[in-house]
Design a protein around this ligand. Structure first.
Ligand code: ADP
Ligand code: ASP
Ligand code: MG
Length: 413
């Protein structure tokens, strides 16, 4: 008899009918003898709807109050699922993050889980109940409701699996596993049987939103066996594994990730003196803006150009800060560009293969796609390109690295 944590995402609980289907599925596992803890998201679209409501009151809603509101989405689905289970004769009980006591820090809208009180859930499991827990939410030590950032129910699932020492955490969603790239963008994407934690972490942080980054971090840190599966289709899904050996035999590149959420800022004609990078990025970080990629050109005429990318939500803020820095430093001009996208190739196989980056650049050159910025690490190469070429770039790279499925088509809904 195994203890399994099953997380169902927004589309999987998007209607009452689907919630009934999820209840049937959970019942089947129970009837097979497993103990089940379920984590659910809000119905699809609900979190966005709630955020939109808040934005009608204020452009920048007070984070504490935003959390009080957006956490209600998950409170609805836990109760509905518990009702659907009870209707089927399965003893079940629902809990909010506060009721479990999923303790987080106080960073509203992006809180981190600090501790989970597993006792109450364990008592329910012993008493034969299925426990249904609200994803995405917790409570800080003062009793304020917090949320874990978009996609945070994945993290709730993995953190609960770690706290309960579950045998597996299963993430049920609207695709049947992790693919070589987003199957909604590339029809020839292929499902991976396995992917390492390290690769999955890169894929998630470079834009593949199939799993929240923190969920992957947590699973790696606490060695939680993690699997991504389709909610309503049978299949093995994708196992996220520590085992690198097997993946080494796979292609050099495991996947392609992309991200449309960044914007680029350039400050031109900055006097090229020691401390320039600090003078520019110090105030940016003081304004709470995180910087991703950075390029500084070689100086000529004793001046240099400095370019970096930030999240699009931070673009206006960063632009303002940069303009005042430019005035102070006597820089020539500040240029901003929001029509960019980042495309990344990811794979542990890169460690043992040379020439991966040049193969990437060649594939992009063949399509006449200009590369604006480049960054590399041991297992990834990222480039910034013009946004309108994003899909073309991803498809070209998918083909160049021999990731295309023999026949087109996939099981994405
Ligand atoms: P849920 O609501 O179940 O959490 P998400 O929308 O957060 O679902 O995540 C599933 C989606 O992730 C898929 O529908 C797919 O479009 C997207 N996705 C992006 N990259 C990948 C990838 N490499 N493999 C599978 N799905 C991906
Ligand atoms: N409902 C939240 C969101 O839409 C959390 C989640 O679905 O994981 O981001
Ligand atoms: Mg998700």
């Amino acid at each position: 008899m195994a203890l399994i944590v099953q997380k169902f995402g927004g589309t999987s609980v998007g209607t009452v009918e689907r919630i009934e289907q999820v209840a049937e599925k959970v019942k089947r596992f129970r009837d097979g003898g497993d103990d089940i803890v379920v984590v659910v998201s809000a119905m699809s679209g609900e979190t966005n709807r709630l955020i939109d409501l808040a934005k009608q009151i204020s452009d920048q809603p007070v984070p504490r109050e935003l959390d009080v509101m957006v956490s209600t989405g998950e409170q609805v689905t836990i109760a509905l699922l518990a009702m659907a289970l009870i209707k089927r004769g399965v003893p079940a009980v629902s809990y909010t993050g506060n009721q479990v006591r999923i303790l987080t820090d106080s960073a509203h809208t992006k809180a981190r889980i600090l501790q989970i009180d597993a006792q109450r859930i364990q008592r329910d499991i012993k008493a034969g109940r299925v426990v249904v827990v609200a994803g995405f939410q917790g409570v800080d030590e003062k009793g304020n409701i917090t949320t874990l950032g978009r996609g945070g129910s994945d993290t709730t699932g993995v953190a609960l699996a770690a706290a309960l020492k579950a045998d597996e955490c299963q993430i049920y969603t609207d695709v049947d596993g992790v693919y070589t790239t987003d199957p909604r963008v590339v029809a020839k994407a292929q499902r991976l049987d396995k992917i390492t934690f390290e690769e999955m972490l890169e894929m998630a942080s470079l834009g593949s939103k199939v799993l929240q980054i923190r969920a992957v971090e947590f699973a790696g840190k606490y060695s939680v066996p993690l699997r991504v599966l389709h909610s309503f289709q049978e299949g093995p899904g994708t196992l996220i594994t520590l085992d690198e050996e097997e993946s080494m035999e796979q292609p050099i590149i495991s996947g392609i990730a992309f991200n449309r959420d960044e914007a680029k800022l350039t400050i031109r004609g900055v006097p090229d003196t020691p401390g320039v990078a600090f003078k520019i990025l110090g105030p940016i970080s003081a304004a709470n803006v995180e910087v991703d990629m950075i390029v500084q050109n070689v100086a000529h005429d004793n001046t240099t150009d400095f370019t970096f990318t930030v999240h699009r939500n931070d673009y206006n803020n960063a632009l303002q800060v940069l303009q005042s820095i430019a005035n102070e430093m006597g820089a020539r001009e500040v240029i901003g560009d929001t029509d960019i996208a980042k495309v990344s190739i990811v794979g542990v196989g890169m460690r043992s293969h040379a020439g991966v980056a040049s193969r990437m650049f060649e594939a992009l050159a063949k399509e006449n796609i200009n590369i604006q910025m480049i960054s590399t690490s041991e297992i990834k190469v990222s480039v910034v390109i013009e946004e309108k070429y994003l899909e073309l770039a991803v498809r070209a790279l998918h083909t160049a690295f021999e990731l295309d499925a023999p026949t087109a088509g996939n099981t994405a809904e």
